[in-house]
Each structure stands twice: as C-alpha cells, then as structure tokens.
Design a protein around this ligand. Structure first.
Ligand SMILES: O=P(O)(O)OC[C@H]1O[C@H](O)[C@H](O)[C@@H](O)[C@@H]1O
Length: 543
C-alpha cells in the first residue's frame, strides 16, 4: 500500500493546514515544558526536537503513519537479515558489523558475526604492524603514509571519520584519493616517497572506474621507483570481489573482505574503515563500533515515543512529503565534522532519492531531501541569511558538543572559544525558531522604515543534537542515528533504500563518450547537439 493511501496520510495533510496557523513561538508560549517534553536521549546523545512545526497531534498522526506503513516490522526484518534490498535480492546487515563478539546472527545458516570479527581481528593485526613499524616496505623501512584510494562509500566514510577523529590519530599520516581528476592523485603523491607509502585500494566491486584508474596510476608510480616485486608490500585491498583483486596483483593475504549485505554508504564500520583503523588504532576503532551498537540497540528496542531515529525519520517525512520542504541543512558546530554533510549526502540522497517503491510502483508523494551544509560558524557568515529571512522552508540539524578536545581562550580572555562556538549554535536555532517581530524591532529603536528589513520571521524548524564530546563512540552514535533515520524514511515511503540504480546510466554514458574525448576522437552526428558542441569545444581548446 502506498503511504498516500494510509488513513494517517490523509489526516496529516489536513493537520498541516491547522498547524500552519500556529507559529513555533505560539507553540512554545502554550507549553512551558515543551523543551523538556520534546527531547529524547539515545546513548550519549541529547536530541531536542521541540523547535519543529509540530504538536502532540502531529506526533500522534506520525506514529499512526509508522504503524500503518509497518515500520517496526520492516525494522525487525532488516535486523534479522531478511532480503529487504529487493531489487538486488540482498540482506541489509550493516548492523551486524557492530555486533559484539559473543553475539550470533545466522544468515542462511551461517553466523555472520564470526565472519565480522575474523576480519576485524585481521585488520587489527595488520594495522598494529603498520603502526608499530613491523610492516615494512620493499626496502625494509616503516610505512609513514597510508593512501586510501576509493570513491563514494569507499571514500566518504573514511574521509569524514578520519577528519572527525583528528585528535585520536596517532598512527601514520593518512590521505585520500577519490576523484578521477588527475590532480587528486598527483597532488596527494607529490611529496611522498614510494618506499614509505602504503596504498589501501577500497572498492566493494573492485570495478569502479575512478578507483581502478587511480589504483593503476598509483601502481605505476610505485613500480617505476621500486620495481614490480614491491607491489605486495605497498598495496592492500578492501573488497567483496576477491577475483578482481587477485587480477590486480594484490595477494589474497593482503585483502580485507566484506559482504554483499553491507551497502557502500553503510560500510565505514567494515574493512572499508581500514585506513581509519591505521590512524586511530584497533582499540579506538572498537569504541567507534560500540558507539554504533549503542544506537542500534536503542533503535531496536526503544518505544516509539522515545525512539530517536524513529522520531527524526518521521519528522523528516513530515517536512519532505507533507510540508514540501526540498532540503535539509546539516550544520555541525565542530570543525572536525566539516565532511559530515558530504557523507550524509550520499547516505540520505543515494538511499532515498527515488520515486518508485520496492514493488516498482510510484511512491506517490514527494521523497528524498537535498542534504547540504557546512561547519558552523562558517555557514553563519555565508548562507544562514537565507535560512533566517528567505522564503524557503529548510529544516536544519544542529550538531554540537559540550566539551572540546582542545580549547583556547577567546578574545576576552575569560571565555573559552568552544563556549563561544556553542553559544552561536544555540543562538542560531533560537533565532530561527522564534525570530523577532516588528514590535520588538521597533522597541529596539529601529527606524520604522528599516523595520521590515530587520524583522526575523522565525518559525524555522531545527533539531539540535548535543553530545558530550566528539569521540569515536559519539561519532559512531551520530552516524548510526542518521543511518536509521534514513531507514525510517525509506520504510515509510516503501522505497528500497539500499540500491542505487540511478547512478548506473551516467557511468555507462561516460564509457560510451570516452572515445570521443580520447586521442583520435571528436564530435559525431549521432550525439545530441549540446554534447556535440561541447565535445567540439573541448577539442578546439586542446588544439
Ligand atoms: O566501492 P565501490 O564498488 O568502488 O563503489 C563506490 C561507489 O560507486 C557507486 O557508483 C555507487 O553509487 C556508490 O554507492 C558506491 O559507494
């Protein structure tokens, strides 16, 4: 059944009209306990969802929507390993990556938790050796730099986590190459010595064009200097495709596997996190996984009223589908989380940027969200103007931390910079929600002619996620929170959130066009007129 055919859907669309008559300011005025009532804890995360365009009735109807779309049955099906990725006939078990060693989860009669821990142990042994210098390069020296080559889910997670856990990095320098733009690889290798560099080639399929192009170029760079025999000491792979890895020339003992039941964008807790483990060590990586597990457990067991991913997932459906919001801003008030918006773009947009349901029928309501954002406070000095006074509805997620890893005094000498940062975060969500009326503006002595420019409409929704500190555990908790939020959206919409067929045609088209841009190529009459002219302009510029 389409979400649009549920009784909750009809009631929610009617309810949207009535909630539109009451601003967030009014909703707060009517209930002095709203801030406490509309907040929830998941693990170490305190999540405030009070500054939303909702009341008790909205939540009641969203809960009904969850029940009518069998959200909890779908959750349980995912967690026990049913093949819920219907278009690829696969289980979806990234949650198995964070099960404890003594747990069991049988898939087709086989305990996958044992497989997960066997790979984690191998990753731990390998990264221990890289970190303590006993894994040596071809000339006997220790590895000082690890270069992760991958793209999409084989890059965004490791990049984001490595940066987020900067203060925990005490291993080799880790760098990332993803783009097939040669400048990415060349700028990364420019100051490196092949003798002390280790490449981790990460690709679930081991056939992604960009990754293979970069891996082969890196291999040539290494072999030119150290010879063919050096490859075994300087290349390891992370993949589900052992045959293609062997063809590339990486020894089976240097391959860290994962499974088709881990989607690329859900894979940072698998061997895809190998370079992160090299940077932070196996103990910290275990804490990272434990963070995920804490929120997995919460998602699996908390009642609907206090289940954070369920609440946040239903709220995002409310905005995206009922209130027609196109976008959501992700605003981490932590510079080290600067890559979180990019990571969440893949997680949310590749999962739910779809218009048909798992059974191939149209979803029938707007789906997906355009996720974008930037670390605070930088965004305040760029695009927050539109959030505050523009005409578009853009719900925002604020993410902050009570403690900074390192702190310094602010300009007044008395306040710490982290306190200023957090004051800015709380101030932004407050101003977005409550705004400033014309009466208040004029009471400040503003010229009435200028007042319209200074009125802040308010009523702009946001969620605030506050964690004690940015640590491996809290980072794992935040990622799992978003993973399950995305799951909740997809389950309500009836979407298969775990395939990505929309990416394929573009790849095939690039392969088709490549000869026109390779030497001896050029425009052809078979091309559409725009592509033909672009190819012609490319060749003219190159001449
Ligand atoms: O890990 P790989 O097989 O190289 O895939 C890398 C990425 O490429 C694909 O095109 C998909 O859209 C992504 O979901 C995937 O993460």
């Amino acid at each position: 059944m389409s979400v649009a055919d549920t009784s909750a859907w009809g009631a929610l669309t009617e309810h949207a009209d009535s909630i539109a008559t009451r601003s967030i300011r009014e909703l707060f005025a009517a209930d002095s306990g709203r801030g406490a009532a509309m907040s929830v804890r998941a693990g170490d995360l305190y999540i405030d969802y009070s500054k939303h365009r909702i009341n008790g009735e909205t939540l009641r109807l969203l809960h009904l929507l969850a029940r009518e779309t069998h959200l909890f049955e779908q959750r349980d099906a995912m967690l026990r390993g049913d093949r819920i990725n219907v278009s690829e006939n696969r289980s979806v078990l990234h949650t198995a990556l964070r099960r404890r060693r003594d747990e069991k989860l049988f898939l087709d009669g086989h305990d996958v938790v044992q497989d997960v821990h066997a790979v984690l142990d191998a990753m731990g042994d390998f990264t221990d050796r890289v970190r303590d210098g006993s894994w040596t390069g071809a000339d006997g020296g220790a590895i000082t730099t690890v270069v992760n080559i991958g793209i999409g889910g084989s890059d965004l997670g490791p990049v984001m986590v490595h940066r987020a856990l900067r203060e925990y990095c005490d291993g080799p320098d880790v760098r990332f190459v993803s783009n097939v733009d040669p400048s990415d690889l060349l700028s990364t290798l420019a100051d490196l010595d092949p003798a002390t560099t280790l490449f981790v080639v990460v690709s679930k399929t081991f056939s992604t064009f960009e990754t293979m192009a970069n891996a082969h170029a890196a291999r040539r760079w290494l072999v030119d200097e150290l010879g063919e025999d050096a490859v075994g000491k300087h290349f390891v792979a992370v993949s589900t495709n052992a045959d293609l890895v062997a063809e590339f020339g990486i020894e089976p003992s240097n391959v860290f596997g994962f499974w088709d039941w881990v989607g690329g964008r859900y894979s940072v807790g698998s061997a895809v996190g190998l370079s992160v483990m090299a940077a932070i060590g196996r103990e910290r990586f275990a804490e990272f996984l434990e963070g995920f597990r804490i929120v997995d457990e919460h998602f699996a067991t908390a009642p609907i009223q206090s289940n954070a991913p369920v609440i946040l997932g239903l709220l995002s459906v409310w905005y995206a589908s009922v209130l027609d919001a196109d976008a959501r801003a992700v605003l981490p008030y932590a510079n080290d989380l600067a890559r979180l918006p990019a990571y969440l773009q893949q997680l949310a947009m590749e999962s739910n940027g779809k218009s048909v349901r798992g059974d191939g029928k149209p979803v029938g309501v707007p789906t997906g969200e355009v996720i974008w954002g930037e670390a605070g406070t930088n965004g305040q000095h760029a695009f927050h103007q539109l959030l505050h006074q523009g005409t578009r509805l853009v719900p925002a997620d604020f993410i902050g931390f009570a403690r900074a890893g390192q702190d310094v005094a602010s300009s007044d000498g008395g306040t710490a910079m982290h306190e200023v940062l957090t004051a800015n975060m709380f101030a932004q969500s407050r101003v977005l929600a409550f705004g400033k009326t014309r009466v208040e503006v004029i009471a400040d002595g503003v010229d009435p002619n200028l007042a319209p420019h200074k009125v802040m409409p308010g009523d702009r929704p946001s969620t605030t996620i506050l964690a004690p500190e940015l640590s491996p555990s809290t980072l794992g908790q935040i990622i799992a929170l978003y993973e399950h939020q995305v799951f909740v959206q997809g389950a309500v919409w009836g979407i298969d959130s775990f395939d990505q067929w929309g990416v394929e045609l573009g790849k095939a088209s690039a392969v088709e066009l490549a000869p026109a841009l390779a030497s001896g190529g050029g425009p052809s009459d078979a091309m559409d007129s725009s592509t033909r002219e672009l190819v012609a302009a490319f060749w003219k510029e190159r001449a």
